[in-house]
Design a binder for this molecule. Structure first.
Ligand SMILES: Cc1cc2nc3c(=O)[nH]c(=O)nc-3n(C[C@H](O)[C@H](O)[C@H](O)COP(=O)(O)OP(=O)(O)OC[C@H]3O[C@@H](n4cnc5c(N)ncnc54)[C@H](O)[C@@H]3O)c2cc1C
Length: 307
């Protein structure tokens, strides 16, 4: 029998690690590899697919105030407690995807692919700037699933996994550059029986990378720069072209996983649900960032331009 919710250990904890490798993958992607003894218990029992972690980033020049118990254990309500703290010690929290979790002779290591994105003059982007400055030895504090706290009954969503095709054999994956790590990892884990399409919109051709999949899903890269397209335009057009002329119930058997800038996701969701008949409860639509707002996800903080 599953332990009562109150007796269960909270599935997420704080892990202290350090950058051990920095690799520029393309003009806009930088891979940082994290390692450290604490990561021995980081992870989920199965494939990480689109597993999300949160990075706790310092205000430059100021130490972070400690989060969680001395062992890093977190409890329900930790985020609200963090929000009540004062800057500069509070730092910044941003969400990222585990691109890969690897067991090496040196221990468990974790790859995270950062988009190095533009920042308006006078504004800041704590995560992108931190990734640009990181070198081997830079400490990193991350929040993610604690293997020792997960039980077979723990829903994977509580560990940070949203991918849940619910038996569908046909998938539609669509994302911008921030979702490339998640879609690449999902594709690597798809079984041979699956088919469908994956659309990946990236800043330029050189940001397209090699992805491997045993499935029959067709992968299409959509570079903006070369076509002069605006943010989200190519993704939207690709999804609309794919679904053009399909009957209203065509989406019933498809599992869609869509992650990109929040307004782009809203538009694609509206089209897939209203025009293609996709069941929103059997799909995943997630704003990964918001244009002009600070913070991960669809509900960032509006940035007030410096006067
Ligand atoms: C579950 C989840 C998983 C994610 N996984 C990844 C991942 O693996 N790799 C990754 O790079 N991102 C990922 N993201 C997106 C990332 O969290 C956001 O892009 C985040 O806003 C970056 O923080 P920042 O401190 O650099 O910029 P912020 O301080 O949040 O924003 C500063 C300014 O930059 C803009 N901005 C933010 N991101 C971008 C961008 N990509 N392109 C252009 N302008 C931008 C904002 O609109 C704002 O004007 C993920 C988000 C979620 C919710």
């Amino acid at each position: 029998m599953a332990p009562a919710a109150s007796a269960r250990t909270y599935p997420l904890r704080v892990f202290d690690a350090a950058v051990v490798e920095v690799r520029d993958l393309s003009p806009h992607f930088r891979r940082l590899t994290f390692a450290g003894p604490a990561l021995a218990t980081f992870g989920v029992p199965g494939p990480t697919v689109d597993l999300r972690i949160k990075l706790l980033l310092p205000t430059p020049g100021h130490p972070l105030t400690t989060l969680g118990s001395s062992g890093g254990q977190l409890q329900e309500g930790w985020y609200q407690e963090w929000l009540r703290r004062d800057q500069p010690g509070r730092g910044f929290i941003r969400s990222y995807t585990v691109r890969a979790l690897r067991d090496t002779p040196q221990g468990r290591v974790l790859d995270v692919d950062f988009v190095i994105h533009p920042v308006e003059p006078g504004q800041h982007a704590p995560a992108s700037e931190w990734a640009q400055a990181a070198v081997p030895g830079t400490p990193v504090v991350l929040i993610g699933p604690d293997l020792t706290a997960l039980t077979p009954e723990t829903p994977s969503s509580e560990a940070g996994i949203r991918w849940d095709p619910q038996g569908a054999a046909h998938v539609l994956l669509a994302g911008d550059e921030t979702a490339v790590p998640a879609i690449s990892s999902i594709l690597e884990n798809l079984p041979p029986g699956m088919d469908g399409h994956a659309f990946l919109e990236v800043p330029e051709t050189y940001d397209a990378c090699t992805v491997t999949t045993a499935s029959s899903v067709r992968v299409t890269w959509l570079p903006r720069k070369e076509s002069g397209a605006g943010l989200g335009q190519l993704l939207n057009e690709a999804v609309r072209a794919l679904t053009a002329g399909l009957p209203l119930d065509a989406g019933a058997e498809t599992y869609a996983w869509v992650a990109a800038e929040a307004s782009v996701v809203r538009e694609i969701r509206r089209h897939l649900v209203q025009a293609v008949g996709l069941d929103p409860k059997r799909s995943e639509f997630r704003g990964y960032w918001s244009l002009g707002k600070a913070g991960s996800g669809a509900n960032g903080t509006p940035i007030v331009p410096a006067s």
